[in-house]
Ligand binder design. Structure first.
Ligand code: ARG
Length: 483
C-alpha cells in the first residue's frame, strides 16, 4: 500500500510539472543559421534578425519559441509537412514556393550580388558565363544562375562557397547582398560587384492550412512596421556585424604565426571547440546504440536465414529477411536516414538522435546479419549433427555450439563493420543533427577556414578508430586464449 501511495504521489507531481511546462503552446521555427545578419550561430545559440523578430511575435502571441537549425533546402518542406510552424530564413518570396507554403507580408527588400576576388577580371554578370560560380543549394541565387547562366557549383551553405572562393576553387559566388557584406568583411581580398543581379523580398513561410497563424503574424508584423520596431531590429543587427567585422581576419605573415592565429580563431574564439566536443559525444552516442541495435537485428536475421537454409523451416520469415537485406543494402544510408526522418516520422516530433540510431541501426543490422550468417555457414555441418545426437535441440545446438564459434570467426569482419558504422554516422548532418562532422562544418561556416576544422575532425575520427581496433584486437586475443 505504501508503494502504491508513493507511486500516486510521484505520478501526480510528474503530471503537475509536465502540465506547467505545457502551459504555453510551442511555436516551432526552422531556419538555416549560416546567413548573417539574418541568422547565425554564436556561442552555441541561434541569433539574428529573423530569430529576434519571431521571438517578439511569439512572445506577444503567447507562444514558447523553439528554433531548429537545418539545411536551407529543407526549411520549406518542414513547414509544408507540418514539422514546423514557421520558416524564417531570409526566404525570398517566389511563385514556385507560393505553391507549397503561404507567405507573410514581406519584411525586407533584398538583392542577389556577385562576390569575386579583389583582383578578378570579372566586372559584371555578363562575364560570368563559363566561369566557376558557387551558390548555396536551393536558394534564389542558385535558381538565377541555373536559369540565366549555367549549372553552378552548389554548396550546403554560403560560407562554404565563400571558403571555396578564397581557396581559388571558384571564380565567383552569387548570394544575397547582406550576408555577402558580412562574409567579405571577415576576409581580405574579396569584393562585391556593384551591379546587383535581382531584387527580391523576404517573408516568413507558414503552412497553407494554418490561415489563423498567418493572420496573426501579419497583424504583428504590420504593427512592428508601423512602430519602427522592425527597422530598429534590422539596423541593430547590421551594425553589430559591421562592428565585429575585422574579427576573423588573420594578420600574420609567418607560417607558424598564421597557424597559431588560425587555431585561435577556429577553436578558442567564442569557445568554438565546443562544437567539436558536443559533436563528438553525439557521434559516439549514435554509434554505440546503433551498434547494439544492429547486432540484435543482425543476429536475429542471420539465425532465421541460416535456419531456413539448413532445415527448410521458417520460410516466411526468411522471405521478409531477404527483402530487408535487399532493400537496405541496395540503397544509400543517407537516403534511408532522410526517408526515416522526413517520411516515416513525418509529423511526429521525435528526437533526432533517436531517428539516427534507428536509421543507422537498421542499416548496420543488414551487414551484421550477412557477416554472422557467413560465420554460421562456415561451421562444419557435422557439429550440428553431433549436437543433435547428444540430445540438444536445434536452437540449443545453435546457441551453445555453433554461434560461439561463428562469432569468433567473424570478429574481424564485425570489427570492420563497426568502424564503417562510426564513420557512416557522419552523414547525420543531413537531418541537421550536430554530430562530429557537422561540428566542423559549423566552425567552417563561421571562420571560412577549410583546413583546421577538417583536420581536427579527421584526427578525432582517426583516434577513435585506432582505439576501437586496439580493443577489438584485445578481444580477439582473449577469445583465442579461451579456446
Ligand atoms: N534569399 C535566398 C532564398 O530565399 C537565400 C536565403 C538563404 N537563407 C539562409 N538562411 N541560408 O533563396
Amino acid at each position: 500500500m505504501k508503494y502504491f501511495y508513493t507511486f500516486l504521489f510521484l505520478l501526480f507531481t510528474f503530471l503537475l510539472t509536465s502540465c506547467s511546462e505545457q502551459e504555453k503552446p510551442e511555436l516551432i521555427m526552422v531556419t538555416n543559421a549560416t546567413f548573417p545578419p539574418y541568422e547565425y550561430v554564436q556561442n552555441g545559440r541561434i541569433d539574428g534578425i529573423d530569430p529576434c523578430i519571431i521571438k517578439r511575435i511569439a512572445d506577444r502571441l503567447g507562444y514558447q519559441l523553439k528554433i531548429q537549425d537545418m539545411s536551407f533546402d529543407s526549411v520549406i518542406a518542414a513547414v509544408q509537412s507540418g514539422k514546423a510552424h514557421v520558416a524564417a530564413s531570409g526566404i525570398t518570396v517566389t511563385e514556385e514556393r507560393k505553391k507549397q507554403v503561404a507567405f507573410s507580408i514581406p519584411y525586407v527588400i533584398a538583392k542577389q550580388v556577385i562576390i569575386v576576388p579583389e583582383n578578378s577580371p570579372i566586372k559584371n554578370s555578363t562575364e560570368l558565363k563559363g566561369k566557376r560560380i558557387g551558390v548555396q543549394h536551393g536558394t534564389t541565387g542558385d535558381l538565377y544562375v541555373t536559369e540565366k547562366i549555367q549549372n553552378p557549383e552548389r554548396f550546403t551553405h554560403g560560407p562554404l562557397a565563400v571558403a571555396a572562393l578564397i581557396a581559388a576553387k571558384l571564380d565567383a559566388v552569387v548570394v544575397d547582398s547582406e550576408p555577402a557584406e558580412v562574409y567579405i568583411s571577415q576576409r581580405k581580398n574579396l569584393k562585391i560587384l556593384d551591379e546587383p543581379l535581382t531584387y527580391e523580398e523576404y517573408a516568413f513561410a507558414i503552412n497553407r492550412k494554418n490561415k489563423e497563424l498567418l493572420d496573426k503574424f501579419n497583424r504583428e508584423l504590420q504593427s512592428m512596421q508601423k512602430s519602427g520596431e522592425l527597422k530598429n531590429i534590422i539596423d541593430e543587427y547590421k551594425s553589430r556585424h559591421s562592428a565585429n567585422a575585422a574579427d576573423n581576419k588573420v594578420e600574420s605573415d609567418t607560417f607558424f604565426g598564421k597557424l597559431g592565429a588560425s587555431f585561435r580563431i577556429n577553436f578558442i574564439k567564442e569557445n568554438r571547440y565546443q562544437y567539436l566536443l558536443k559533436g563528438f559525444f553525439n557521434t559516439i552516442h549514435i554509434t554505440f546504440f546503433s551498434l547494439i541495435l544492429g547486432i540484435v537485428i543482425g543476429f536475429g536475421v542471420a539465425i532465421v536465414r541460416s535456419t531456413a537454409d539448413l532445415t527448410g523451416k521458417m520460410k516466411l520469415a526468411d522471405f521478409f529477411c531477404r527483402i530487408y537485406l535487399t532493400v537496405i543494402r541496395g540503397t544509400p544510408v543517407v537516403v534511408q536516414l532522410l526517408i526515416i526522418y522526413f517520411v516515416i516520422f513525418r509529423s511526429i516530433d521525435v528526437d533526432k538522435i533517436f531517428v539516427a540510431i534507428i536509421a543507422f541501426g537498421i542499416n548496420s543490422g543488414a551487414y551484421v546479419a550477412e557477416i554472422i550468417r557467413s560465420g554460421i555457414m562456415s561451421i562444419d555441418k557435422g557439429q550440428m549433427e553431433a549436437g543433435r545426437s547428444l540430445g540438444l535441440s536445434y536452437f540449443q545446438t545453435m546457441n551453445q555450439i555453433i554461434l560461439p564459434q561463428a562469432f569468433k570467426n567473424v570478429l574481424p569482419a564485425l570489427g570492420n563493420e563497426f568502424i564503417v558504422l562510426l564513420k557512416e554516422t557522419s552523414v547525420a548532418g543531413y537531418i541537421a543533427l550536430d554530430d562530429l562532422t557537422k561540428g566542423g562544418d559549423i566552425i567552417r561556416s563561421q571562420t571560412y577556414d577549410a583546413f583546421l576544422p577538417l583536420a581536427a575532425v579527421a584526427l578525432i575520427y582517426l583516434i577513435v578508430v585506432v582505439c576501437l581496433s586496439k580493443l577489438l584486437g584485445l578481444l580477439e586475443k582473449r577469445l583465442n586464449k579461451n579456446e
